[in-house]
Design a protein around this ligand. Structure first.
Ligand code: B12
Ligand code: SF4
Ligand code: SF4
Length: 431
């Protein structure tokens, strides 16, 4: 019987009876049959995969071949050319790279696409001082949680199939069109909100992948339809769904509050509402989710295992160092925008909900925060909330502020504070 013993450089297969090394290291995929074991065909491998993946808690299992994702590539190119990737450098990479699994792993033969429901339940009502968090981020950091299970799935497959498997395991972490691959693997169809929708569980699920050098029987493509429904397109508060299945990141609240490293454009701030991290509106209105969403079986994604449905605006606005930030949010997805990004978002929420209690905290941000991004957005929020104290503090800050963009925000805030804290809300489109 053969098992694998790993060292840092490569894996070595040893016989556990005689403990002698056997042939085959990483980079040289080979099948080592156990004594008396029959070779397994692609169909049998598919069966074993299904059984093991389900036992590990994956809700959806599908397989497609490791061929380039041709249709997705065309749509991706159009999307990139229209500037819809905004400042996400990794999404501007060559289309050939993002659409070809073999560029990630030369020996790839199959993509195993897995779905994990993260649905933690419905948002309770905002307590008033909360910044809303998108459901996928209520719990622990899914990258780490899912990857662990993917790796242990691969190990179990190796054990059961008795062969070395070269695999790449990831979720939302490498340049590959995961939704396209998952659609080919039968996990669902593209909704008009561009999310992959599964007829049984809706769209609140992560996609996780194992790229394997093993031939596995493939599944039929995912099919389904939105029919005449256009609810997501109508409900999107910033008009980000430009056409069915096409989301302009520059307008999407999820992008603006998570991936965006700079300012949230002023004309889009009102649309952010109370979303402090991500946005679920185009999924909330979806009839598939209304009917089918069932609570995740993974305890790591439950509301009380991480940040939960709301973060306390005033608490977050007092986080002044990266160490404090890491301590508070370290094992959750909320680290993605960084400390300054999350505080920026909380300022926008405070301004939108006119959180008067947050004025002292916003003043502290404006005076003491090391990031001009935070100072500028704090100024905006003070301008929105208005009042004599806010105006006085803004005037003083204008004299002392060294950053040009930030001074411009303060001037704007002073103007809107004059207008009674109300900013004219103009047309949202970027064009
Ligand atoms: C960049 C990115 C974003 C960007 C851009 C989103 C976008 N729609 O493109 C931003 C930051 C806005 C974002 C937001 C969100 N994201 Co995101 N994101 C990604 C990422 C890294 C790449 C997506 C991408 O390739 N976009 C480029 C466009 C061109 O591709 P696409 O949207 O998939 O479009 C495809 C369709 O058009 C399809 N297609 C082909 N033929 C046809 C035909 C028809 C008729 C249609 C309609 C479509 C279609 O081909 C295109 C290419 O695959 C993926 C992970 C990954 N590596 O794939 C996660 C991913 C898509 N995100 C995910 C999630 C959970 C979210 C959010 C829900 C998070 C939140 N709550 O805030 C929102 C949803 C917003 C939305 N409506 O899309 C999940 C989606 C899971 C699912 N069930 O669909 C993914 C897959 C991560 C994961 N591994 O689980 N995201
Ligand atoms: S995530 Fe929010 S902003 Fe983005 S497309 Fe959906 S509804 Fe619009
Ligand atoms: S809300 Fe309607 S149009 Fe949008 S994805 Fe769901 S079914 Fe499709």
């Amino acid at each position: 019987m053969a098992i694998f013993i790993r060292n840092v450089q490569h894996s070595v297969i040893v016989c556990i009876d005689c403990m002698r090394p056997q042939e085959g290291t990483i980079g040289e995929p080979m099948i080592v049959k156990r004594e008396g074991q029959k070779a397994r065909g692609p169909r049998e491998v598919r069966r074993v995969l299904e059984e093991k993946a389900r036992a590990k808690g994956f809700d959806l299992v599908g397989v497609t071949s490791a061929r380039p994702l041709a249709q997705g590539a065309i749509r991706l190119k159009e999307w990139q050319e229209a500037g819809m990737a905004a400042d996400m450098i990794y999404m501007g990479r060559p289309v050939e790279l993002l659409s070809d699994p073999r560029r990630l792993q030369k020996s790839a033969r199959s993509i195993v696409s897995l779905g994990v429901s993260y649905y933690p339940g419905e948002h309770p009502e905002n307590p008033g001082s909360g910044g809303r968090v998108a459901r996928y981020a209520w719990g622990k950091d899914y990258h780490t949680v899912i990857r662990k299970r993917l790796i242990s799935l691969r190990v179990e497959l190796e054990k059961t199939l008795g062969c070395r498997i070269k695999a790449r395991a990831f979720t939302d972490a490498v340049p590959l069109l995961e939704r396209s691959a998952a659609q080919h693997a039968g996990l669902g169809f593209f909704g008009r909100n561009s999310c992959l929708i599964n007829g049984e569980i809706g769209s609140y699920f992560f996609i996780a992948d194992l790229i394997l050098d093993l031939k596995v029987e493939t599944d039929v493509e995912g099919t389904g339809t939105c029919g005449k429904c256009t609810r997501c397109m109508t409900a999107c508060p910033s008009g980000a769904i430009k056409a069915p299945g096409v989301v302009d990141s520059r307008l999407c609240i999820s992008y603006l509050t998570i991936e965006n490293r700079g300012r949230i454009p002023r004309k889009l701030r009102k649309a952010v509402g109370d979303w402090a991290f991500g946005c679920d509106i185009c999924q909330e209105v979806c009839p598939y989710n209304k009917r089918k969403a069932t609570v995740s079986r993974w305890p790591e994604f439950s509301a009380n295992s991480g940040a939960g449905p709301y973060i306390e605006i005033m608490e977050v606005l007092y986080i002044r160092t990266d160490e404090e930030f890491k301590e508070r949010f370290g094992d959750t997805p909320l680290t993605r925008p960084g400390r300054a990004g999350l505080l920026r978002n909380c300022c926008v929420v405070a301004g939108n909900v006119k959180l008067k209690e947050a004025v002292p905290t916003l003043i502290s941000c404006l005076r003491d925060d090391a990031s001009s991004l935070v100072r500028g957005h704090a100024a905006w929020a003070l301008g929105k909330i208005g009042g004599n104290v806010a105006e006085m503090v803004l005037r003083k800050a204008l004299e002392e502020e060294p950053d040009g963009e930030c001074r411009e925000e303060i001037e704007y805030a002073l103007r809107s504070s004059h207008d009674g804290g109300e900013e004219a809300f103009r047309h949202l489109s970027m064009s």
